[in-house]
Design a protein around this ligand. Structure first.
Ligand SMILES: [Zn+2]
Length: 284
């Protein structure tokens, strides 16, 4: 998204139209209904279009602000970062892609792990950062999820993961595919310990992330109209040579077909999680 235009036509008092410069980032265009929205209005509305309810993609900081009690959290395992064991190169060297993502996001990996509180209730929270190589899951993401789950078991905490991802990180080939089994096994141990896992799927959650931990929640929650699937609609359409139903792979369609338990708008996510935690956990 971003700016729709740096110049905007305004009416002058004598009825003439005049182009004026608009400062960067003052307006956003809704990709769904094409409405032009004042940035501050959008921010006040948790980055949800006031006209059509489209949920814009948000960053890690906004996600934390939305979910956790102010000042209640600490991040851990911040220093783990990817290496390039396969010496992989496509149009660009993988190692350069990693350093580019580190510079862009100011974080060392695509997965952020925190311990924090929701209405005073302690949780372990993981967030996939779509801004970091499309939130793709390589060895580091798998390792950080596993460590977070092990930490949660040790501290008797419920686990919440917010996903937004293009899937497994192809530059790590089989090593990234192995993370699907590794994260699933870790969550299996969490389940044996009778600790809940709530998965939150945001736009877009696809590929190996959907095919592993993101769909393993005791409760799977999606944001409205998020694209959630394994292969993209175009690939499926070309493979089965049939037209796909309307709204295919969107949250609402998936809920209707039993893949998603709840669709929760952003404004209600914290109070919903708070209630679910009360049902699922015993807090003294
Ligand atoms: Zn809209």
């Amino acid at each position: 998204m971003g700016l729709f235009s740096r110049k905007k036509n305004i009416e002058t008092p004598n009825g003439e139209s005049k182009k004026v410069e608009i400062p960067d980032g003052m307006w956003e265009k809704c990709p769904n209904c094409l409405e032009i929205i004042y940035s501050k209005t959008l921010q006040k509305n948790q980055m949800v279009c006031p006209k059509c309810d489209y949920h814009f993609r948000i960053g890690v900081e906004e996600r934390i602000r939305l979910m956790l009690d102010e000042g209640s959290f600490k991040e851990f395992n911040t220093e783990i970062t990817s290496i390039d064991p396969l010496n992989f190169k496509d149009t660009k060297k993988y190692i350069d892609r990693i350093s580019g993502a580190v510079k862009k996001t100011n974080r060392k990996s695509a997965f952020i792990t925190l311990e924090g509180k929701i209405d005073g209730k302690s949780i372990a929270l993981g967030i996939l950062d779509f801004a970091f190589l499309g939130g793709s899951m390589g060895s580091v993401v798998g390792e950080k999820i596993t460590r977070m789950v092990e930490y949660a078991i040790e501290k008797r905490l419920p686990v919440i993961i917010v996903s937004g991802s293009g899937g497994a990180r192809m530059q790590e080939s089989i090593l990234s595919l192995m993370q699907m089994a590794k994260t699933s096994a870790a969550l299996g141990r969490l389940s044996k310990e009778k600790l809940p896992f709530i998965s939150i799927l945001t736009d877009p959650t696809t590929g190996g992330v959907t095919a592993s931990f993101a769909m393993l929640g005791d409760i799977n929650i999606a944001e409205p109209r998020a694209l959630i699937g394994f292969a993209g609609p175009r690939v499926i359409q070309q493979t089965i040579k049939q037209d796909l139903p309307e709204g295919f792979q969107r949250s609402e369609f998936l809920q209707e077909h039993g893949m998603i338990d709840m669709i929760v708008p952003r404004a209600k996510i914290k109070e919903t999680l708070s209630k679910l935690l009360e049902y699922l956990m015993v807090y003294e």
